[in-house]
Design a protein around this ligand. Structure first.
Ligand SMILES: Nc1ncnc2c1ncn2[C@@H]1O[C@H](COP(=O)(O)OP(=O)(O)OP(=O)(O)O)[C@@H](O)[C@H]1O
Ligand SMILES: [Zn+2]
Length: 478
């Protein structure tokens, strides 16, 4: 797609911390805009005054910026179609309510919650799907006046045209058909005067020039209602695409309400934005060819993004996949990205030591906590070695470590010099030479290349470890 006029949007409700499902919606819309050289817009859907807050809105923007998903138009960015928070758009909505009422395309409904519940019950009892029965659809002026006089506060309902089928081409699901018979006249303004989602969401997309809407499939059945509203108002209709919801490890869709893992928690645990981006971009969208498994930056992800590659496969959060991308992202990260990780290292290390340690272990760590553990491993105390490591040490035997201790001072931090000298003294070679040294010095049978790690290790630490290994091998011969 190359179209200057493509405009996408992310329209969250600032009612809680953003989770990965919300974030993927933002990402796909940002990628679609970028892939087309279009614009990406942010709009706060804060009509639920009880649950929305300014603090949530700020946190949401911080999350988006952390991911690099800056918006071209919206709160703090400005634009011609503001305000970009729905709480400030009451007058705009009023104009369109008036337009619908004047054309008799909307009418006040005085039914109470209890009356509506009774009606739904009756419908269910007679085997019909519950929907608004049209009780107030044709009230006379007098009947309305009488209800007003009783002090009833009406909602405003949209008059759904009878016997039509709303069809649209979904970017993900293909042609969709909804007979209007199955859609009751629906509320577009609540009794307290606030706007219902269907209404303000559709009107704002139209007024803000949004051309494409990618959103969760939880909105699929809203779309025919929104298309009818836009048609009634003579406003342009965007193209919609509905993507499967991401489910958690428990199988339930991620949701702000069920306390799903938030973007903030991911950030605090040290996940890198590049990892999260690359993981999410492939959850519901296929990258094919050589870029399928490559860590891409935002522009790279956009360059290969196409709505044709949006899929309907179930999308379950998979921590292992995310960790895989994290490892790639750590490997590729530049120094400033990982700089905060260095703060987790002990205070007595110099800046050079910290940087050298990071360079030495970078391909073997995924999180700041892993780096901190290597800090302890190289400069401090070893944790109790695993059974497999102890086996390697016992098998090497006390003479092996005695020889290593003899050569330690002459080697002077040069691992290959140490290895060479130990080989000469003991005849050990290959795996039989390097494994026991690795096991003794790091307490592990696997890990980063030993040379750089050994070069950083203070001589007295190395000596202590080789002595410990010698003792272990002496006390528990294999
Ligand atoms: N589990 C999910 N997977 C994918 N997308 C989701 C998921 N949950 C919400 N979305 C999408 O995120 C976007 C923003 O939605 P919204 O801010 O209303 O969040 P929400 O998580 O649905 O909120 P709440 O939990 O309060 O219902 C919508 O496009 C919605 O479809
Ligand atoms: Zn009614």
């Amino acid at each position: 797609m190359t179209n200057k006029t493509v405009k996408t949007r992310f329209a969250p409700s600032p009612t809680g911390r953003m989770h990965l499902g919300n974030l993927r919606t933002a990402l796909f819309n940002a990628l679609l805009a970028r892939s087309a050289g279009g614009a990406f817009l942010l709009r706060m859907e804060d009509t639920d005054q009880a649950r929305s807050s300014e603090a949530h809105a700020r946190a949401l923007m911080a999350d988006l910026r952390w991911m690099g998903l800056d918006w071209d138009e919206g709160p703090e960015a400005g634009g011609d179609a503001g305000p970009y928070a729905q709480s400030g758009r009451g007058e705009v909505y009023q104009r369109y309510y008036d337009q619908l009422v004047a054309a008799d395309l909307a009418y006040p409904c005085y039914c109470t919650e209890r009356e509506l519940e009774l009606s739904r019950k009756a419908q269910r009892a007679s085997g019909k799907p519950p929907r608004y029965a049209g009780t107030c659809a044709h009230l006379t002026t007098e009947e309305r006046a009488r209800r007003e006089a009783e002090g009833r506060k009406p909602t405003l309902r949209f008059r759904v045209p009878a016997e039509q089928t709303v069809t649209f081409q979904d970017l993900v699901r293909g042609e969709q058909r909804f007979p209007t018979e199955e859609i009751g006249d629906f509320i577009i303004r609540r009794a307290d005067g606030t706007s219902a989602f269907f209404f303000c969401n559709a009107v704002d997309d139209a007024l803000m020039g949004v051309t494409h809407v990618l959103r969760g499939e939880d909105h699929l059945t809203n779309t025919p209602r929104q298309l009818m509203l836009l048609e009634a108002l003579g406003l342009p209709q965007p193209t919609y695409g509905h993507i499967n919801l991401i489910t958690g490890e428990d199988g339930a869709p991620l949701s702000k309400r069920n306390g799903s893992l938030s973007v903030e928690e991911l950030r605090e645990a040290g996940w890198l934005p590049g990892a999260v981006l690359n993981y999410l971009a492939r959850l519901g969208h296929h990258y094919t060819g050589e870029v399928e498994s490559q860590l891409l930056d935002l522009q790279g992800l956009a360059d290969h993004f196409t709505t044709d590659a949006l899929g309907r496969a179930p999308a379950r959060f998979d921590r292992h996949q995310l960790t895989h991308w994290q490892q790639l992202a750590v490997h590729k990260a530049d120094d400033p990205t990982l700089a905060p990780w260095l703060e987790q290292l002990p205070d007595n290390l110099s800046a050079d030591q910290r940087r050298a340690l990071l360079a030495a272990v970078r391909d073997n760590i995924a999180f700041p906590a892993d780096l901190a553990a290597w800090g302890r491993r190289v400069f401090g105390e070893l944790p109790e070695p695993e059974e497999a490591t102890q086996d390697v040490i016992r098998e090497a035997g006390p003479q092996f470590y005695a020889a290593a201790l003899d050569e330690l001072d002459t080697a002077g931090g040069d691992f290959s010099a140490l290895a060479k000298a130990v080989r000469k003294a003991t005849g050990a070679k290959g795996k039989g030479l390097f494994m026991p040294l690795r096991a003794a010095l790091t307490g592990l049978c696997r890990g980063p290349e030993l040379g750089p790690v050994f070069a950083l290790m203070p001589a007295e630490v190395a000596r202590r470890r080789l002595e410990q290994a010698r003792e272990l091998a002496t006390a528990n011969p294999s």
